[in-house]
Design a protein around this ligand. Sequence first.
Ligand SMILES: [Zn+2]
Length: 496
Amino acid sequence: MVKTAIQGGWVVGWTTNGHQILDEGIVVFEDDRIVFVGFPSDQNCPKAERTINAQGMLVSPGLINLHCIANLDLQVLRMDMKVGEGSGYSKPYSWVTNTDAPHILSDEDFRVSSRFCVATLLKGGSTTFAAVTTGATKRWEDPSVEPYALAEASEEMGARAWISHLYREVCDYTNPDGTRGEIWDRQKGQAGLDNAIKLIKHLQIKGNPLITGFLFPSRTDKCSDDLLKETIHQSKVLGDVHVRSHFSEHLQEFRDFRANNPSRTMVEWLEDVGFLGPQVCLTHAIYIGGHSATGESHRDDLEILARSHTSVCHCPVVFARGGSALETFSRYVNAGINMGIGTDTFPPDLLEEMRVGALLNKVIDRQRSVGSVRDFYNAATIGGARALGREDLGRLVSGGTADISIFNLSDLASGPIDDPISSLVHFAGRRECQTVIVGGKIVVDDGQVIGIDEERLSRQARKSWKRYVKGLVDWDYAGRSTDIVFPTAFPIIRNR
Ligand SMILES: [Zn+2]
């Protein structure tokens, strides 16, 4: 068994009090375990057969991307879109109700989309990710090819992945006049859950320790109490598998709920249903009492989430693009809620998520001291690990799992460095990610995903993307052209 040392940089070591930075420290790992974290001068430091030179670099626990979009991300098409201009995704009723009609993307496109996502996630330094897919172009659940393709791509590239099969009880559609409708179908919701269970069992039988299944009823407001209860029951039956759902991410969702439930909050509803607990992660939990847009004062929502050990995943970038924000990250942290961070959109850049999240936190609370680097880095490491029930991840400690991300901070762009974690969060980006190690195996070397022809994958992804956008434009209820449905910042004039 070969011991590998990573030596010479700033090493983020773990103590019982939390992370600490070891300047010119060393991490030694053997197989998938870390065997030493400290200084090379320590007499207990084992001799390594192989050394990775990390001079000028930050040796970080692998970042945990607690909620990432794992398909070619449609949300980027809505960058500056006005509400009411048509969201751009018009799912025709005729397609929704004809279950034989094919998806816009072919099975091969889903495979390309999966490989593209896993490669970009790894390149950005996410060693672990919990993948979710869009419901915008689906009926009541994912096409079965998609999560299996994601599992295959993760296996091929050596990522540590939590994979789910999206299901819900409602499918939305667009009428020919542009108005929207919904079809509730309990049986279709159950069929989706059954397929999700099948996926989890398949992954359990396959037994790759890097790939784990979880349950993903895509939105709490698009599932009946029954389906949510059944989800929690099945999580227990399957061995307390992780459960996640989108929760209170839209103001209208909050308003609709309160109109029908004047005496209880959405968090109290989930408590009544039993959809809270240490195995549950709610994304994004934005509109709860105390958020200025709700006009309601803070009740016990944060306390209930903290008391039940429910995790919350914060994805600031995608919401900032839509003009909304959590109020606020530090308020949730101070309430004792376990917070994780995710990249719910492209690019999968956890450093950018931390930076944007920190800045928004400061602006909203009008305080310099909130939204600290410390709290955000904790969320991207130990917070995510706790949410997934894996406290061996997200920290560099002897006996822990060898998931490590190395970021180059020696470039001129990083500037003089006093505090390497502060530099990472506020000055760096995903392109500074140099080396990624998952379970003791190098999967990104010199910024390149090992075993992948990145240029070819990028070409394939662009072709699938073109088909995806064309399919969406073909679905447009008013038959409008691409430049009307998805206008670019400036007109693009093509060479003839
Ligand atoms: Zn999401």
